[in-house]
Design a protein around this ligand. Structure first.
Ligand SMILES: *Cc1c(COP(=O)(O)O)cnc(C)c1O
Length: 427
C-alpha cells in the first residue's frame, strides 16, 4: 500500500520545524512590534484569545450563505459562531442587524454601494486629501471609477467639517448616498447634520466608522447608529479585533446588504475570522473596554498638547479621538522625512497630507499619529509626554545620527517596560 499524503505526525509538526524560514520572519516581526512604538492610528494589538480563534480549524470550513441557509453541509457549528458574533455586535452597538461576512473595510463599503447605487450614480464623501478614505471616491478605487463623487471638505480657518457646505452640496447635487466618516479626521462627526442633509435629498446615509468603532463601542466617541441607515467598519483598528470588516444597520436594509455581500461580492465567509470577531465583541462588552477607549482619547489629547508645547502644529488645534495630524512645517521637515526619521528611532507612523497641503501626496507636510496600540500596551499620559519629547528630539535632529541613536535607546527602554507578546519571543 502506498501512502501519498503526509503522515499524521508530519501534519502535526509545529511551524518552527516545518518552515523555519517563515517561522523566523514571524519572530522578527514580533520583535519589531515588541521593541518599537506603534503609532499608526489604524493599528492595534490583538489579544492572545483573538489570535487563537484566528488560528483555529474554523479556517477549513466553507459556509457560503447565511446561518441556517447555507450552500454546504456541516455548518451547524459555524452557524452558532456567526449568530453569536452578530448578536454580540448588535448588543454592543445597539444596531438592528449586523453582517459579519465582509473580508475587510473596503469590501464592507463596496457592498453598500452595490446594495443602493448603480454605476454612474452620484454620492458624497469627505475629500481624500482632507481626511477621507480611498473607498470614499478616490479615482483609482472602484468608488471613484464606477460612481460620480462629490467631495466635501474642511474649512480653511479651523480645519473642521463645515455643516453648511455639506447641506449646500447635497441640495446642489442630489446624491443617492452620503458617506460620513474618515481616516484622518481627529474631531467629532456631527452625525445629525449628515442625517438632515440625507433626509433633505432622500439619500442613504452611510457612516463609515472604521477608525472610531472602538471608541464608539466604549462610549468615548458619538455613535452614528441612531442616525445612519448603514454603518460600516473595520474590526482591526480601535475595535482591536482580527483584520476584517462588517456592516450594521436598520432592519429594513438587511436583505439588500446580505445579498450584496453574498453572492454579490464574496464567496465563502472566513469563519475563523468571524469567530475572532465574536471574541473581540466579548472583550469590547467588558467594563475594561470603556476604560481603554477613554484612555485612548486622554492619551491622544496629552500627546497633542505635549507636541504643541514642543513647537509643533496640530491640525485643528487638537483632537477629540485617537488620532491627530501633525503639521511639520514649523520645524521645516516634510512628512516623508518625518516618517523616515521616526522609523529610524523605532517609532512607526505614516506621512499624511494635511488639509490644503502645498506638497504632493508622495511627500506631504504632515504625519498622522495615534494612540490605540500604545494604550493597549498599558501606556498612559505620562508616557505620552515622554514619547512627545522623543518625537520632537528626533525631528529636530534628522541628520544627527548620534542623537537619533540616543532617542532610539530611549524608545527601546520604554517599550521594554510595557511587555506585549513577550511570551511569544524565543530569545
Ligand atoms: C481603514 C479604512 C477602511 C478600509 O479598511 P480595509 O480593511 O483596509 O479595507 C475603510 N474606511 C475607512 C474610513 C478606513 O479608515
Amino acid at each position: 500500500m502506498s501512502v501519498t499524503s503526509p503522515s499524521y505526525e508530519a501534519r502535526s509538526k509545529k511551524l518552527r520545524d516545518v518552515d523555519p524560514e517563515v517561522f523566523s520572519l514571524i519572530q522578527r516581526e514580533t520583535e519589531r512590534q515588541e521593541y518599537g512604538l506603534e503609532m499608526i492610528p489604524s493599528e492595534n494589538f490583538v489579544s492572545e484569545a483573538v489570535l487563537e480563534a484566528m488560528g483555529s480549524v474554523l479556517t477549513n470550513k466553507y459556509a457560503e450563505g447565511q446561518p441556517g441557509k447555507r450552500y454546504y453541509g456541516g455548518c451547524h457549528v459555524v452557524d452558532e459562531v456567526e449568530n453569536l458574533a452578530s448578536a454580540r455586535c448588535c448588543e454592543l452597538f445597539g444596531s438592528e442587524f449586523a453582517n459579519m461576512q465582509p473580508h475587510s473595510g473596503v469590501q464592507a463599503n463596496q457592498a453598500v454601494f452595490e446594495a443602493f447605487l448603480k454605476p454612474g450614480d452620484t454620492f458624497m464623501g469627505l475629500r481624500l486629501d482632507q481626511g477621507g478614505h480611498l473607498s470614499h471616491g478616490s479615482p483609482v478605487n472602484f468608488s471613484g471609477m464606477h460612481y460620480k463623487v462629490v467631495g466635501y471638505g474642511v474649512r480653511e480657518s479651523d480645519c473642521t467639517i463645515d455643516p453648511d457646505e455639506v447641506l449646500t452640496l447635497a441640495r446642489q447635487h442630489k446624491p443617492k448616498m452620503i458617506i460620513a466618516g474618515a481616516s484622518a479626521y481627529s474631531r467629532k462627526f456631527d452625525w445629525k447634520v449628515f442625517r438632515e442633509a440625507a433626509d433633505e435629498v432622500g439619500a442613504i446615509l452611510l457612516a463609515d466608522i472604521a477608525h472610531y468603532a472602538g471608541l464608539v463601542a466604549g462610549g468615548a466617541y458619538p455613535s452614528p447608529v441612531p442616525y445612519a441607515d448603514i454603518v460600516t467598519t473595520t474590526t482591526h483598528k480601535t475595535l482591536r479585533g482580527p483584520r476584517s470588516g462588517m456592516v450594521m444597520g436598520r432592519a429594513a436594509h438587511q436583505k439588500k446588504i446580505n445579498k450584496a455581500i453574498f453572492p454579490g461580492l464574496q464567496g465563502g465567509p472566513h469563519m475563523h475570522t468571524i469567530a475572532a470577531k465574536a471574541v473581540m465583541f466579548k472583550e469590547a462588552l467588558a467594563p475594561d473596554f470603556k476604560r481603554y477607549s477613554a484612555q485612548v482619547v486622554d492619551n491622544a489629547r496629552a500627546l497633542a498638547n505635549a507636541l504643541m508645547k514642543g513647537g509643533l502644529k496640530i491640525v485643528s488645534g487638537g483632537t477629540d479621538s485617537h488620532l491627530m495630524l501633525v503639521d511639520l512645517r514649523p520645524i521645516g521637515v516634510t512628512g516623508k522625512a518625518g516618517e523616515e526619521t521616526l522609523d529610524k528611532v523605532g517609532i512607526t507612523a505614516n506621512k499624511n497630507s494635511i488639509p490644503f497641503d502645498p506638497q504632493p501626496f508622495t511627500i506631504c507636510s504632515g504625519v498622522r499619529l495615534g494612540t490605540p496600540a500604545l494604550t493597549t500596551r498599558g501606556m498612559g499620559t505620562k508616557e505620552m509626554e515622554q514619547i512627545a519629547s522623543f518625537i520632537i528630539e528626533a525631528l529636530q535632529n534628522v541628520e544627527n545620527e548620534a542623537r537619533l541613536r540616543a532617542v532610539s535607546e530611549g524608545v527601546q527602554e520604554l517599550s521594554k517596560k510595557f511587555p506585549l507578546y513577550r511570551h511569544r519571543l524565543i530569545s
